[in-house]
Design a protein around this ligand. Structure first.
Ligand code: PGA
Length: 252
């Protein structure tokens, strides 16, 4: 089963207009010059989506947002609808990142609702799951991830409209990563849960990204694992050289 790797950058709450457009232009130039055999996605903050979109013209780098509301429009002060994202040229949206699950108390049910709304608007979703350090220490990693798959991934998910990102919370922004064996074990368990939920054909085609302290030096090892189909990259996506080097090392 060939699943094309997806190298995705989650810029989080970083980059004002000037810094963000410079970063996007630099990534665009490097990706254009190299013709990597993988897909690229960058997810800047809402405020600079339109400006970054312009910088990506003429490249195949997809644009994504970091969250979305489930309603089409209406009385939801401060929220952004799926159609507002497609209107700006987004084709992806990250949903259920652990920082939103924690900071905004997002539940599996809400994440599932957001994913359905995003799919209905024609957006692809990157649905994030992952265990805390305490859950890992208690040996609950696989159970937590499988429960999050069953709760957060909607029934309408296909390999085309949905990407899963496994991000152990204790590995995000800490410089720590699980061992390659641990990552492969969890990814295989996630694929088994997807198979149970959506059927084997969809599960075998669906991309499962690893996220959490991915950098050029560990990308080769992690992204070569059989069930790892790309990476969701935070800190290292803010440096164009590192972001592109991750793709390079993953494809070597
Ligand atoms: P990190 O973040 O690469 O900075 O660990 C990953 C993420 O939270 O998506």
């Amino acid at each position: 089963m060939i699943r094309k790797k997806l190298i995705a950058g989650n810029w989080k709450m970083n980059c004002l207009l000037e810094e963000g457009t410079m970063l996007a232009k630099s990534v665009a130039a490097k990706v254009k010059a190299n013709k990597y055999d993988c897909d690229f996605l960058i997810c800047p903050p809402f405020t600079i989506l339109a400006a970054v979109k312009k910088c990506l013209r003429g490249t195949k780098i997809a644009l994504g947002a970091q969250d979305v509301h489930f309603a089409d429009k209406g009385a939801h002060t401060g929220d952004i609808s799926p159609l507002m994202l497609t209107d700006l040229g987004c084709s992806y949206v990250i949903i259920g990142h652990s920082e939103r699950r924690v900071d905004h108390h997002e539940s599996n049910k809400l994440i599932n609702q957001k994913a359905v709304a995003a799919h209905n608007a024609g957006l692809n979703t990157v649905i994030c799951i992952g265990e805390t350090g305490a859950e890992r220490d208690a040996g609950k990693t696989i159970k937590v991830c499988q429960d999050e798959i069953f709760g957060s991934v909607p029934d309408d998910a296909t390999a085309k409209n949905t990407v899963i990102a496994y991000e152990p919370i204790w590995a995000i922004g800490t410089g720590k990563t699980p061992t390659a064996d641990d990552v492969e074990e969890v990814h295989a368990a996630i694929r088994a849960a997807l198979s149970k939920k959506l059927g084997k054909a969809i599960a075998n085609k669906m991309r499962i990204l690893y996220g959490g302290s991915v950098k050029p030096s560990n990308a080769g090892e992690l992204l070569k694992l059989p069930d790892v189909d790309g990476a969701l990259i935070g800190g290292a996506s803010l440096k164009a050289d590192d972001f592109v080097a991750i793709a390079e090392n993953a494809l070597k």
